[in-house]
Each structure stands twice: as structure tokens, then as C-alpha cells.
Design a protein around this ligand. Structure first.
Ligand code: SAM
Length: 351
């Protein structure tokens, strides 16, 4: 890190021994804050309707070939209340930008989960009105996931990312000012991106009121104008992740499913050695998963078995504490001390 708390630009392109040491430092930073604990959440993708037109995303409104769906709240409530995997402590509710799904699916689902379970609840539902944000919060969600995608406003506009760059950043600040915990993020390797763009992502992440941040490799998505663009580089993405971890050792940094597409078989596990401390089990009903077209129609679904074996392979353990509990403990204490019961290392398995 330099004097401004930003990563050294050369390190973002490190390879070989230099990269190994860099990643080990990031892994050490996350372990010294969180011990061997990795948060385990579930995601449910409730709607693929989207009023936005992001060039990188298959759910963009111009994709007329996509069969659109909205799931019933009670179907998901039944699944999450009675049939969720035992390791799940939190649920993330995600969708295209679809205010109807927010009203008709997300809010009733959050109310049911709040009534019936202790699950922490996060949402990733895009840029919405202040009223909808307030209703989501009142229903019981505490963490909002809203990525800034790229810190370069011109690239943001060129990619037709949601609304305007200025409004997205204002949204992030307003949500935080209204008591939400915020996780943001950016895409590494967006077509046309420069080294300068890459560094700007860190300066923006550093300056925003965030509790966590992700970095995802760019995936040339099926049925998008960028389907033939080059895939984001896995090493660059993991170097960005390590740099985020060293910049903010106390952040929650997710291991995103796109890592499996950028480096099939090992991308996901490598992120657990590079500073990630949150994994996600996909519980979207199988009949609609293929139409939640984030990247490719052929999705690599992270099941509980895959997630737990990836965690165990790295000698880590599934956190018993939910993300929501972690954040509220931090609010009171100012820093997080892992509970002794969480500090049990499982026997390594294969990844
Ligand atoms: N609609 C909501 C929003 O805009 O925040 C949430 C869902 S959106 C589909 C989730 C995230 O997927 C986006 O913020 C973007 O970073 C990511 N994404 C979509 N397509 C991608 C691609 N081809 N490569 C990498 N990330 C992508």
C-alpha cells in the first residue's frame, strides 16, 4: 500500500513468487481479523425482469429472447424456512432491477423470514426509490449490496450501467446514511478498461462508507453485446481481491461465482487463499436458474456440498455467527473478536 492507502500498481499485475507472497499476506490479514471463519450465505434470485440495460448482463431489457420470471414469495419462504442447508446463516435476495418483484416478492419474503428465522438478510435489488429502500429495511433487511461496477464515470456510461454513475454513488452514500450496512464492488477486466481505471476502483472503494467490497472478473455474457469480448483475467481479479483485503482487513469480501467461470475448477478455492471470507450457496429453484442470465446459460451452481468442501480444503471453517450478527456486534464494539466456538479448524479435504 502507498501513503494514500492504495495498492501499489505493479502489485496488481504480480505473478510468480511476488504474487504468492502478496496473496499470503492477504490471507494472513483476513485470518488475523476473522480467524479461520468464513461466512456462509444462501442466495435466491427472485426475478430476472430488469428495466436496466447493462452491456455486460444477459438480463438487460434489450434481451428479448430471455424468458422472464418472478418467483412466488411463499415458495421461497417454504424453502428457506424449512429446507435450507444447515450451514446457512444469512440469505441474500437478488434480482434484476424490478420494483414489482421488490414489492411482491422481496418484502413479503423478508417479513416471513424475520418472523420465522434468525437468518441475517441482505438484498441486491439495484437502484430503487427511497420509499422502497425504507420498506425493505422496515421489513428486516440490514445489508444492501450495490456495486459501483467501475469508478470511471465515462466507462460506466459506455457500459450502460444502472442510471448514472453520480446517482449510483449518491445511492450508496444515502443508503449508508440511512443505517444500511453496504457492500459494493467492481468488475475487473471490463472491455476497454485501463490501469488507471483499475486504480480508481480502489480509491473509490476506500472513500465510500462500505462494510464490504467484491471484485468480479468480467465474463463475456451470453446474449449481450460483449459476448465475444475477452474474459477478465483471473490473476488480475485475485490480485485485486488481495489488495482490497490489505487495504481493509476488516471488510467482508465475497468469493463470487464468476471466479469459477474465469478459472474452472480452482478460481473459487484460490479466492479463499486471497482474502475472501464469504461464500454463497445458490438456492434459486432449478426450474428458473438457467434464465437468471448473469453470465452464461450453463451455470456452475455452488451447492452446499461444493461450498463446504472448498472451505474444508483450505483448512477453514463455516462461521456459526451470521454476517448480520457480525455487523451488529461490530457496531457496538467497534471491532470484531471471533467467538471461541467459531475457532475450530476442520480437517482439509480436496477442493
Ligand atoms: N440489478 C441489481 C443491481 O444492478 O445492483 C442486482 C443484480 S445485478 C445482475 C448483479 C451484479 O452482477 C452486477 O452488479 C454486476 O456487477 C454483475 N454482473 C452482471 N453481468 C456481469 C458480467 N458479465 N461480468 C461480471 N459481472 C457481471
Amino acid at each position: 500500500m502507498n501513503d494514500l492507502g492504495l495498492p501499489n500498481p505493479e502489485l496488481l499485475h504480480a505473478r510468480g513468487e511476488e504474487q504468492k507472497v502478496f496473496h499470503e499476506n492477504a490471507a494472513q490479514a483476513v485470518r488475523s481479523h476473522f480467524g479461520p471463519n468464513v461466512f456462509v450465505r444462501a442466495v435466491v434470485e427472485i426475478s430476472n425482469y430488469c428495466r436496466e440495460n447493462c452491456a455486460y448482463c444477459g438480463m438487460r431489457r434489450s434481451n428479448k429472447a430471455l424468458k422472464r420470471f418472478r418467483i412466488q414469495a411463499d415458495q421461497l419462504a417454504e424453502l428457506l424456512i424449512h429446507h435450507r442447508p444447515a450451514s446457512v446463516t444469512d440469505v441474500n435476495i437478488q434480482a434484476g432491477e424490478d420494483p414489482i418483484a421488490v414489492r411482491e416478492v422481496a418484502i413479503p419474503l423478508i417479513r416471513a423470514l424475520r418472523r420465522e428465522t434468525q437468518l441475517g438478510i441482505s438484498v441486491c435489488l439495484g437502484s430503487l426509490s427511497q420509499n422502497l429502500y425504507a420498506e425493505l429495511k422496515e421489513a428486516g433487511a440490514t445489508l444492501y449490496i450495490i456495486k459501483f461496477e467501475t469508478a470511471n464515470p465515462a466507462r460506466y456510461a459506455e457500459m450502460e450501467s444502472p442510471g448514472t454513475f453520480t446517482a449510483r454513488i449518491e445511492n450508496i452514500r444515502n443508503l449508508a446514511a440511512n443505517g444500511w450496512r453496504i457492500s459494493s464492488g467492481f468488475i475487473a477486466g471490463l472491455p476497454g478498461h485501463t490501469n488507471e481505471d483499475l486504480l480508481k476502483n480502489f480509491a473509490l472503494a476506500r472513500d465510500l462508507p462500505l462494510d464490504g467490497c467484491s471484485v468480479s472478473p468480467f465474463i463475456p455474457g451470453d446474449e449481450t453485446p460483449l459476448s465475444t469480448a475477452p474474459l477478465g483475467d483471473i490473476d488480475l481479479t485475485l490480485n485485486c481481491m488481495a489488495a482490497l483485503r490489505l487495504m481493509r482487513p476488516g471488510w467482508v469480501i465475497p468469493s463470487v461465482s464468476a471466479l469459477n467461470l474465469a478459472e474452472p475448477g480452482s478460481g473459487y478455492c484460490r479466492s479463499l487463499r486471497t482474502g475472501a471470507n464469504l461464500v454463497t450457496i445458490n438456492l434459486t429453484p432449478s426450474e428458473v436458474r438457467g434464465d437468471y442470465l448473469l453470465y452464461k446459460r450453463d451455470r456452475f451452481i455452488m451447492t452446499e456440498e461444493r461450498i463446504l468442501s472448498a472451505i474444508a480444503a483450505e483448512g477453514l471453517t463455516a462461521s456459526k455467527q451470521s454476517l448480520a450478527e457480525f455487523y451488529s456486534a461490530r457496531k457496538v464494539n467497534g471491532s470484531h473478536v471471533p467467538a471461541a466456538r467459531d475457532l475450530v479448524v476442520q480437517k482439509p479435504a480436496s477442493c
